[in-house]
Design a protein around this ligand. Structure first.
Ligand code: BT5
Length: 318
């Protein structure tokens, strides 16, 4: 355990006491100066540690920054987020997660950042990632056929819907294939990426971006949870809840369950609408009829035929 982790744990165990540097140092086996250096680092991470001259340290509040030790505290999952890495600033959490996955990092490894300087959407579009948002990526090793990965995008969206509903009683809708929206304004998005061979997936990285405490200005209408509920979001609590819900859904998915699909459909704001799907090669228009177990959108065309679409940008026309 890192010394800073021990300092937080000792201060947290005795919230009403002021613990001297000497006492903390003795308990952990480091010098008073080392204690002081660690306290300074913790303060920088956002921990409200009061320094009482000549007496010692008192913890007034934990940090709201999603550092690994706080994500882990009270985390109820068995796989997701058991190993986690927090960065104040990165280019893209998906890029780091992919590197870690290539080096063999365990399933469930979480990469989370305060800011992304090159956050990515699909097709290398930019994802605005200022401080105050949630930017996380998870490594999964589901051992599935590449064609099933679209389902993981749906599952991840559903996990966010469940988590935001349970913590904030706020309804998030899922715009096929990967948007999280509230009243047709974008709250977040999912970016699933995989590496593997034709028949087998080596790993999948699920990237989730959510405007939690910060609104962004982009080329489409967007919103944040804070703007919707009128108060600050507990980012650590929300991340833990998303991990809990996603793990539940993921384990069911691995057992072959497709029950999530009905729940997904109930949260879809695409179904039943006239839509335009802009694919790589063509754009088609039709009515969004259904979503199948592969995560594909079934479109009813004007001549009554059904087209199955696996990916593309979806524009709601009605
Ligand atoms: C997405 O792409 O919606 C997937 C976004 C995934 C972001 C996460 S953050 C953690 C992980 N690390 C990464 O680098 N990425 C993932 P797409 O459907 O292509 O939507 C991109 C479009 O959304 C942009 O072209 C803008 O129009 C809009 N946009 C950009 N930033 C936004 C934001 N913060 N909030 C709402 N809309 C945004």
């Amino acid at each position: 355990m890192a010394h800073s982790d021990s300092i937080v744990d000792f201060l947290l165990k005795e919230p009403d006491r002021t613990l001297s540097g000497g006492e903390l140092g003795r308990r952990i086996g480091i010098s008073r100066t080392a204690v002081w250096k660690n306290v300074q680092a913790l303060q920088k991470e956002g921990y409200k540690i009061e320094v009482r001259k000549g007496r010692g340290y008192k913890l007034n509040a934990l940090t709201s920054t999603p550092v690994a030790r706080e994500i882990k505290r009270g985390l109820s999952t068995k796989i997701l987020g058991r190993t986690s890495f927090y960065y104040e600033e990165v280019e893209s959490t998906n890029n780091i997660a992919k590197e870690l996955a290539r080096e063999g990092s365990a399933e469930g490894t979480l990469v989370i950042a305060g800011v992304q300087t090159k956050g990515r959407g699909r097709l290398d579009r930019a994802w605005e990632s200022p401080v105050g948002g949630i930017y996380l990526s998870l490594i999964l090793r589901p051992g599935i056929h590449p064609s099933s990965i679209a389902r993981l995008t749906l599952l991840s969206g559903l996990a966010v819907v469940r988590a935001v509903k349970s913590l904030y009683d706020l309804k998030v809708w899922l715009k096929w294939p990967n948007d999280l929206v509230i009243s047709d304004t974008k709250l977040g998005g999912i970016l699933s990426e995989m590496e593997g061979e034709a028949e087998n997936v080596n790993f999948v990285v699920i990237g989730i971006g959510i405007n939690a405490n910060r609104n962004v200005t982009v080329d489409i209408p967007s919103t944040s949870i804070k703007a919707e509920i009128g108060r600050e979001v507990d980012i650590i609590g929300l991340v833990q809840e998303i991990l809990k819900e996603l793990e539940r859904l993921y384990l069911e998915f691995l057992e072959g369950s497709t029950t999530f699909l009905d729940e997904y459909k109930k949260s879809s704001n695409t179904l039943g609408r006239a839509v335009e799907i802009q694919g790589r090669d063509k754009t088609i228009t039709g009515r969004a009829l259904d979503i199948d177990s592969d995560g594909a959108l079934l479109l009813q065309m004007s001549d009554g035929t059904i087209e199955k679409v696996l990916s593309g940008d979806c524009i709601h026309l009605s």
